[in-house]
Design a protein. Structure first.
Length: 227
């Protein structure tokens, strides 16, 4: 499912994305639940690629619906796995999952219902805010903490800018909103700050962990004039 030229959505409860780098290789953004691996592999094959073409796996954050398929996909590729330093220990199984923000009743309720972590997996490279990864003409790392404290969004700078927002923003119905409906946010104040920061970035199209991509001009919640 084409998002913009060279970027494909693997749709599901949680979306993953495949970015064609332009040199015959691919970047995978998020791995979905463990049961999503076959679907991702089918999309790679349909694009005329093999798993060997995946050079990098970018993770927006440590939640199970983004990392469940990581152990298998990491094992079946030679890809470098990237995640922010604040989430990498959770993904590696070296630190427990942080709880939800307990300052709200939904957070206190969710705190007792945290699902189990994904099986541990390697993270080879830790992301930092503002760094630009080389594939696909440059992928800028935007640290957008709050949903998890290591949450990162990604800005593909070619073709006017594609924002891959992960769970730092949701597309529900016709509206783009902060992920406040999700109970497992680790810091609600940071969630709001990160959502506002996304609106100041230079992008033409935005894509999400939840919901369909949108053109920026169709979403009045984000200012028309980026920084
Ligand atoms: Zn999440």
């Amino acid at each position: 499912m084409l998002v913009v030229p060279g970027v494909h959505r693997v749709p599901g409860f949680t979306n993953s994305y495949l970015i064609e780098s332009g040199d015959g290789t691919l970047v995978l953004v998020d791995c979905g639940f463990r049961g999503r691996v076959d679907k991702i592999v089918q999309h790679i094959t349909a694009l005329g690629h093999t798993l060997a073409d995946v050079t990098d796996i970018l993770l927006t954050h440590h939640h199970l619906d983004h990392t469940g398929g990581l152990p298998e996909l990491s094992r079946r590729t030679d890809a470098t796995v990237h995640a922010h330093a604040a989430d990498a220990p959770v993904i590696r199984g070296q630190a427990p999952r942080p709880g939800a923000d307990r300052s709200t009743w939904t957070g206190r309720l969710a705190g007792t219902r945290i699902p189990p972590p994904a099986r541990p997996a390697h993270v080879h490279a830790e992301l930092t805010d503002g760094q630009t990864l080389p594939p696909a003409g440059g992928i800028r790392v935007i640290h957008t903490p709050g949903h998890t404290m290591g949450h990162c969004s990604f800005l593909l700078e070619r073709d006017g800018g594609l924002l891959l927002a992960g769970d730092a923003a949701l597309h529900l119905g016709k509206r783009v909103v902060p992920p406040i409906p999700l109970a497992l946010n680790e810091n609600l104040r940071a969630v709001r700050d990160s959502f506002d920061r996304l609106g100041r970035l230079p992008f033409r199209v935005a894509a999400f962990g939840t919901g369909a991509p949108i053109a920026r001009e169709d979403q009045p919640c984000w200012r028309a004039t980026p920084d």
